[in-house]
Design a protein around this ligand. Structure first.
Ligand code: SAM
Length: 261
């Protein structure tokens, strides 16, 4: 089926609230366990770092929404500094609400409103205008993760360039998203299988997300283009790595690898 884009930001307060209240427990836990396996323990890594391992304890979660993944990572890795970035104020308000329920418990977890792409200027309110946006966010980061952001982006290169900008040498990269089914009938069947009991707004969003998602072949092509842009820019210290693209279960794609050290 042809890709049908959906709005990038989930900034409608009702939509954001429905998303935050939905039960994504199993998929969020699967994401977290898979990432922890790829990251390897202990984290932060002991110094001096092994060849190819990133220095630092920062993890950035791109398109963090209400923080489903960010909170899990912060809980699993108490010595990590976790930064969740999202462009939607409604989502970040819900993340802040969750964080404030247990003040003093999430000292290493921060959320920031950043609408990707990460352009030359630092995000508003973070540091003086004109500062390096990556440094302003506390990067580069030892790990870059993202769950369910890619399918929202009208231009997928926005994600790949942000990954390249934010990853430290040796960083672990883990991206997961839906993949687009072959036909509208297959998308309907997946919606029936996985969202039949969900509120109408979530069913609608799930169906729309399937239609907006990419196939594995499209992501492979995106990565080839990202590598080309990266080398043409010529201003980066490292080459573009070979990231693995794999289909998982009946509806997901994962992309992972390690940034060159
Ligand atoms: C489906 S939600 C995923 C939220 C979260 N990662 C999770 O796993 O629950 C996608 C999020 O990406 C955000 N988003 C979409 N486009 C964005 C952009 N260009 N910059 C920053 N955030 C964006 C949306 O606002 C939304 O919160």
């Amino acid at each position: 089926m042809e890709r049908i884009v959906e709005p990038e930001l989930m900034d409608d307060p009702l939509q954001a609230r429905a998303y935050a209240e939905a039960d994504f427990d199993r998929s969020d836990q699967a994401f977290t366990e898979r990432f922890l396996g790829l990251l390897g323990q202990p984290f932060p890594r002991p110094r001096p770092p092994a060849p190819g391992s990133a220095v630092g304890n920062g993890i950035v979660d791109l398109g963090c929404g209400p923080g489903n993944i960010s909170f899990r990572l912060a809980a699993a890795l108490p010595r990590a500094r976790v930064l969740g970035l999202d462009g939607a104020a409604s989502m970040l308000a819900l993340a802040a609400e969750r964080q404030q329920r247990h003040p003093g418990e999430w000292l290493q977890l921060h959320f920031l409103r950043v609408n990707l792409p990460l352009t030359g200027a630092a995000p508003a309110g973070v540091s003086p205008a004109g500062a390096d946006p990556v440094a302003a966010l506390g990067g580069p980061f030892a790990a870059v993760v993202s769950n369910s952001l890619l399918h929202h982006l009208h231009d997928p290169q926005v994600l790949w360039q942000a990954v390249g900008q934010l990853a430290a040498p040796g960083a672990t990269v883990y991206i997961k998203d839906l993949r687009r089914p072959a036909s509208a009938a297959a998308a309907d069947a997946l919606t029936e299988r996985h969202a039949a009991g969900a509120p109408a707004v979530l069913r609608r969003d799930f169906r729309a997300s399937l239609a907006a998602a990419f196939t594995a072949a499209e992501v492979e092509a995106q990565l080839a283009r990202a590598a080309q842009h990266w080398s043409e820019a010529g201003t980066h210290g490292t080459g573009w790595p070979a990231l693995t693209v794999a289909e998982v279960d009946d509806r997901y794609l994962e992309i992972h690898g390690r940034w060159p050290g």
